[in-house]
Write a protein of this length. Structure first.
Length: 364
């Protein structure tokens, strides 16, 4: 068993950050009782294009760019012997996405993965991270967007049914930089992700998008934190979730902090959940903390509801079978965000996976 320790107290479930999480199902990631694996399964698909480097570097040579009070992230930084570093050089503009994927993992020991993605000044790129198979994985991804850069990161959790995945994706966004995150979670047993943002320079813009679909017994948690530290920055958050089956449980937390110095902030967050059957539970908690009144705008909205019978009736009145009508409604619900990926093959694959999850849950 692992004897890893950190300066952080082991969660008990009474803490605000952990009150929804089923700690007993985390495979020991929260209390350090897991067996530590030596593997590093994140790999580059194909070869690196010009202006891009992908390498593994000893942890003592890569400084952390951010702080955290998350106990799992703390253990990653303590225990991971190397850091996977992807660098995109300044002024590089890539026409095709960079694809990263995880190789075969395992459930008997835990992989602790530390990753840095860095895009140089005035560069533009898309990075796609594809996760599949069964893993016991703790992951910390730091994303550094230098001034004037434009980066999209697509993170796909298409796990098999036994995966336990706890991770943070922390973006540091500098002056006039643009960052878009798209997170898709459609597989796994327990998935707990922390998409967080730290503004470092004025004129920066961030968009956090996500979709998740939980079926019987699955637990998916997405806990956002957007820290407006500087003036004249913009953030948008839009997450959509669907649930079907007994004990399907999702959690969305949207925390936005506008500090006293962050005048001219423009922010809005939205979470919508669609309940497709009885026995499912969706928790949705948007939070705004504002220390200055000198802002452009700040708002949030959260909705959780059942299937839209009017939409269903309309489609059926046009001769569409009830099973196909339900599938079309769910596809339409997710399409707004899935279409932002900009890759038709991946979009089609995800929609097919959603169809399969619907069928498996008996929601069709």
């Amino acid at each position: 068993m692992s004897t890893l320790t950190t300066n952080y107290l082991t969660p008990t479930g009474r803490e605000e950050a952990w009150r929804f999480t089923p700690l007993k199902r985390l495979g020991g990631l929260h209390d350090g009782t897991f067996k530590l694996a030596t593997r590093n399964t994140l790999a580059l698909a194909g070869s690196a294009p010009a202006g891009v480097t992908f390498e593994r570097i000893g942890r003592e040579l890569v400084s952390a760019e951010s702080n955290t009070d998350d106990v799992i992230v703390g253990r990653i930084h303590e225990a991971a012997s190397e850091v996977t570093v992807l660098k995109i050089a300044a002024n590089t503009e890539l026409a095709e996405p960079i694809s990263l994927h995880r190789l075969v993992g395992g459930l008997t020991d835990a992989e602790l993965s530390r990753v840095q993605l860095r895009i140089g000044a005035n560069a533009k790129a898309t990075v796609i991270i594809e996760n599949s198979g069964d893993h016991l994985l703790a992951e910390d991804i730091e994303i550094i967007c230098e001034p004037g850069s434009n980066l999209t990161v697509v993170s796909l959790q298409e796990w098999d049914s036994k995966t336990i995945h706890a991770g943070r994706q922390h973006a540091i966004v500098d002056r006039d930089a643009t960052f878009k995150s798209i997170i898709v979670t459609v597989g796994g047993d327990v998935v707990r992700l922390l998409p967080t943002v730290e503004f470092r320079g004025q004129g920066a813009s961030v968009e956090l998008l996500g979709v998740y679909f939980a079926t019987a017994g699955q637990f998916f948690e997405h806990r956002m934190f957007v820290d407006h530290l500087v003036p004249n920055a913009k953030s948008r958050v839009n997450y959509k979730g669907a649930l079907a089956g007994k004990d399907a449980h999702t959690v969305w937390i949207g925390d936005v902090f506008i500090r006293a110095a962050a005048e001219g902030t423009d922010t809005y967050e939205l979470n919508r959940n669609l309940l497709l059957s009885d026995g499912a539970r969706a928790d949705s908690v948007p939070n705004l903390e504002i220390e200055t009144g000198e802002i452009i705008g700040a708002g949030h909205a959260s909705t959780t509801g059942r299937f839209d019978d009017e939409q269903l009736f309309y489609l059926m009145s046009r001769g569409i079978a009830v099973e196909d009508a339900r599938r079309l409604v769910v596809r339409g619900f997710f399409n707004e965000i899935v279409s932002e990926i900009g890759n038709s093959d991946i979009q089609d694959r995800l929609m097919t996976r959603i169809d399969q999850e619907l069928e498996k849950a008996g929601a069709q």
